[in-house]
Design a protein around this ligand. Structure first.
Ligand code: MAN
Length: 681
C-alpha cells in the first residue's frame, strides 16, 4: 500500500486538478467530461485514467463531498481508482442515455464499450467523446457527433423525450426537452420548464382522460341500449313475420271471395248481354219489313229528287253558257251570278248532272233499277244495314231538297224578271224548261204521295221511329239493371262491394306488413358498428353552422349542405359504408357518405365523417379539401375505447344468434334469417 500511495496520490492530485474546478459546478451533469471536451478528442479518449474519472459517478461523488475536505475527496478518488473497471464504468449518468439502455453501457471485461449494433467495441472512454465511432451512433448518446444518434431528455417533472442528436447543442431550446438538457454546451441557457409544462400536460391529459371516461361511459350506455334495441327489433320482426303470414292467408281468402263474386257478376253481365242481343234481334225481326218499305220508298223519292236537281242544274248551266251578255239583262245577270256561286261551291254536281243527262232516260232508268237491286241485296239484309241506308238517304234527300229549292228559286226569279223585250234564246229556253220541270215535279210528287199512301209509308215511318226508341231503351240498359228479377241484385252488388273492399284492405295490410318486415330485416342485417353502437342513434341528425353553409349529418343515413343564404339544399351523399384500413379492417369511426348531387364540372358530392372520442356528439368542423369532397370531424362516444363490459345486457343471448323464426315464404318479400354484422351480436 505504501509503495503505491505516492504514485496514486500524484494521480489523485493530477485528476483533481483536472476535474476539481468543474466539480464545484457539478449539478445534474457530469462535468469532468465537459472539461475534457476542450482537449484534443483523440488524446483524451486514449487516456484510461482520465476516462475513469471523467465519468458522472465520480463527479457526483466529488460534488457531494465537501470542497473544503480536499483530503477526503482525494482519498475517495483514490479508492475509486482502485475499483475494478466493471464497477467504475457505470452508465447511470451517461449524458443523453435512455435509462432503458443503461445496462448496455457497461464496460466489458476488456474495459470496452460494445456498439449496440455489435459492429465493434471501443474503449469506454470514447463514449460521448464527441466523436462518432459506432455506425449506429450508440457511442454518442449525449452529443451531436453521430448523425443517426438520439438524445434522451429526462424531463423530470414531465415526461422523458427522445430527440435527434442533431438537435443537441444546436442553440435552440428544444421544446421536447423541457429540462433544457439538450443545450448543455451551447451559448443558450435553457431554463428547466418541466414543472410548468408537466403540470399543464398532466392537466390536459387529466381532462382528456375525463372526457374519454365520460365518452366511454356514454358508449357503454349506447351499446347496452343497442343490445336491448336489437332484441326488441328482432322480436318485432318475428311478430310482424307471423302477422304477415296470417295476412297472406287472409288476403288469399278475400281474393278468392272477390274473384268468385266478380265471376258471378261477369256471368250475369254476359247473360244480360246475350239477353239484350236476343231482344235486339227480336226487335229487328219485328221492324225490318217496315224499315225495308220505308227505305225503298226513300230510294224512289231520292231518284226523283236527284233527277229534278240535275234538270235544274242543266237549265241554269245553259243560261250561264248561252245567254246573250250584250243585253245585259239584270235578271239574267243575277241568275248567272247566283248559279255560278252554287256551281263553284259544288263543282262535281254540274259534271254529274251533265253525264246523267247525256246517258238518256232509258239508261238512267236501267241504272236506277240496278242501284235498287243492289240496295235490296245490301241494305235490306238486316235491320242495322237498312237503318243506316235510311239515315244516309234521309240526309241526301234533305240536301237535294235544299238544292232544288235554291235552283228553282233562281229560275223562277229569272222567269219573272227577265226583260221580255230581249230576244235571248237561252233565257227563253230556260223559262220553257222550268215549266217542264214543274210538270215533272208535280208528277213525281203525285207518284211519291200515292206510293206513300198505298204502301202505308207513313205507318212504316212511324214504326221505324218506334223501333228506334225501343232500341235505344235496350242499349241504355246498364249492367246494374237486373235482368233476372229473381236475383237479389242490390244484395249481390253490396256483397261484391264488400268483398272488393275487404280484398283491398287485406292487400294493403299485407303490403304494410311486408314493408315493415323488409325494413326491419334490412336494419337488422346492416353493419351498425361495433356492438351495434350506432343502432340507438341511427338516422339522428347533427348539424353545424359553418358560415356560408350549415352542414347536417344524419348518422348512417345521409349528409346535406344547406345554404345559409337561400336555404337551398345539396345532397352530399347517402351512407354507403365504413372505411377500411390497408389490411381491410373496418374503421367504424370513419363513415363514407357517397353519391350526392353532381358537382358542376366535378364529381358527385361526397362526405367522409371522422369521429373523435368525446361524450357529446357534435360536428366540430367541416372542410372541403377537394371540390365537392367534404370532410366532417365529429366528436362522439363512438370513437372512445370500447368498454369491456359492453355486452352486459345481452344476458339472455350473449351471442345474439338466436335464430328468428322463419317467415312463411312470400313472393313479394323474401324474409331470410337475419345476417349478423358482428360475432358479438
Ligand atoms: C356549391 C357548394 C360548394 C361547392 C360548389 C361547387 O356552391 O356545394 O361546396 O364547392 O357548389 O360548384
Amino acid at each position: 500500500m505504501n509503495s503505491t500511495w505516492p504514485a496514486i496520490t500524484w494521480m489523485r492530485v493530477a485528476i483533481f486538478r483536472h476535474c476539481g474546478e468543474d466539480m464545484i459546478r457539478c449539478t445534474d451533469h457530469w462535468i469532468c467530461h465537459d472539461h475534457a471536451r476542450h482537449r484534443h478528442k483523440r488524446e483524451r479518449a486514449h487516456s484510461p485514467a482520465w476516462l475513469s474519472l471523467c465519468n458522472p459517478v465520480y463527479c457526483r461523488l466529488f460534488f457531494f463531498s465537501s470542497s473544503t475536505q480536499m483530503q477526503t475527496r482525494i482519498a475517495l478518488a483514490s479508492f475509486l481508482l482502485l475499483l475494478p473497471h466493471s464497477v467504475v464504468s457505470t452508465s447511470a449518468q451517461i449524458r443523453g442515455l435512455n435509462p432503458a439502455l443503461a445496462e448496455k453501457y457497461v464496460a466489458n471485461a476488456r474495459g470496452n464499450f460494445e456498439c449496440l449494433d455489435g459492429s465493434k467495441e471501443i474503449p469506454f472512454a470514447r463514449v460521448n467523446d464527441d466523436y462518432c465511432d459506432c455506425t449506429d451512433g450508440s457511442d454518442e448518446p449525449g452529443t451531436s457527433a453521430c448523425n443517426n444518434g438520439t438524445f434522451y431528455c429526462r424531463n423530470e417533472g414531465h415526461e422523458p423525450a427522445i430527440i435527434d442528436s442533431a438537435r443537441v447543442n444546436d442553440g435552440v431550446c428544444d421544446p421536447q426537452c423541457c429540462d433544457g438538457s439538450d443545450e448543455w454546451d451551447s451559448h443558450v441557457v435553457c431554463p428547466n420548464t418541466c414543472d410548468t409544462v408537466g403540470r399543464a400536460h398532466r392537466e390536459l391529459r387529466a381532462s382528456q382522460e375525463k372526457e374519454q371516461k365520460a365518452g366511454q361511459q356514454r358508449l357503454r350506455q349506447l351499446v347496452r341500449e343497442a343490445s336491448g334495441l336489437r332484441k326488441i327489433k328482432r322480436e318485432e320482426l318475428a311478430r310482424k313475420q307471423s302477422k304477415l303470414a296470417d295476412a297472406e292467408v287472409h288476403l288469399a281468402e278475400a281474393e278468392q271471395l272477390k274473384d268468385m263474386l266478380e265471376k258471378q257478376e261477369q256471368e250475369m253481365r254476359a247473360n244480360q248481354d246475350s239477353d239484350r242481343a236476343m231482344r235486339k234481334q227480336g226487335l229487328f225481326d219485328e221492324y225490318l219489313p217496315d224499315l225495308i218499305a220505308y227505305r225503298r220508298h226513300l230510294a224512289m223519292a231520292l231518284h226523283r229528287s236527284r233527277w229534278q236537281r240535275d234538270s235544274l242544274i242543266m237549265l241554269l248551266r245553259a243560261v250561264r253558257r248561252e245567254h246573250n251578255a250584250e243585253f245585259n239583262d239584270e235578271a239574267v245577270n243575277l241568275a248567272v251570278k247566283e248559279y255560278t256561286e252554287f256551281a263553284d261551291a259544288y263543282p262535281y254536281l254540274e259534271n254529274a248532272a251533265a253525264s246523267v243527262m247525256e246517258e238518256g232516260e232509258g239508261a238512267r232508268a236501267a241504272r236506277e233499277q240496278e242501284m235498287d237491286r243492289d240496295s235490296e241485296l245490301q241494305d235490306d239484309k238486316n235491320y242495322e244495314a237498312c237503318r243506316d241506308a235510311i239515315n244516309i238517304a234521309e240526309s241526301e234527300r234533305e240536301t237535294n231538297k235544299a238544292d232544288i229549292d235554291l235552283l228553282y228559286g233562281i229560275l223562277a226569279k229569272l222567269r219573272d224578271d227577265y226583260n221580255k223585250n230581249y230576244h235571248d234564246l237561252a233565257v227563253k229556253a230556260a223559262v220553257v224548261g222550268l215549266g217542264e220541270f214543274e210538270q215533272m215535279r208535280d208528277a213525281d210528287s203525285t207518284v211519291i204521295s200515292s206510293q206513300y199512301e198505298t204502301l202505308e209509308i207513313a205507318k212504316a215511318q212511324e214504326r221505324v221511329a218506334e223501333a228506334k226508341a225501343r232500341l235505344e231503351l235496350i242499349l241504355d240498359e246498364t249492367t246494374e239493371t237486373p235482368v233476372d228479377s229473381e236475383q237479389p241484385d242490390v244484395d249481390f252488388q253490396q256483397r261484391l262491394a264488400d268483398a272488393r273492399s275487404a280484398y283491398y284492405t287485406a292487400s294493403s295490410d299485407k303490403s304494410q306488413l311486408a314493408n315493415d318486415v323488409s325494413v326491419l330485416s334490412e336494419l337488422l342485417g346492416k353493419d351498425l358498428g361495433e356492438r351495434d353502437m350506432y343502432l340507438p342513434l341511427k338516422d339522428k341528425c347533427y348539424s353545424l353552422d359553418a358560415g356560408e353553409y350549415t352542414y347536417e349529418v344524419c348518422l348512417l343515413d345521409q349528409a346535406t349542405q344547406i345554404s345559409n343564404k337561400d336555404n337551398s339544399r345539396q345532397h352530399l351523399g347517402s351512407f354507403a359504408e365504413f372505411a377500411k384500413d390497408s389490411d381491410g379492417i373496418t374503421l367504424y369511426t370513419t363513415h363514407k357518405y357517397l353519391n350526392g348531387n353532381k358537382c358542376w364540372n366535378g364529381p358527385n358530392r361526397s362526405l367522409i365523417a371522422t369521429f373523435e372520442c368525446a361524450e357529446e356528439i357534435e360536428i366540430v368542423k367541416v372542410t372541403e379539401p377537394e371540390k365537392c369532397e367534404y370532410h366532417a370531424l365529429i366528436t362522439g362516444p363512438f370513437a372512445c375505447p370500447m368498454p369491456e363490459d359492453g355486452m352486459v345486457d345481452g344476458k339472455d343471448d350473449p351471442s345474439g344468434k338466436t335464430p328468428v323464426p322463419a317467415a312463411p315464404q312470400d313472393d313479394a318479400v323474401s324474409v331470410s334469417p337475419i345476417p349478423y354484422a358482428h360475432d358479438e351480436l
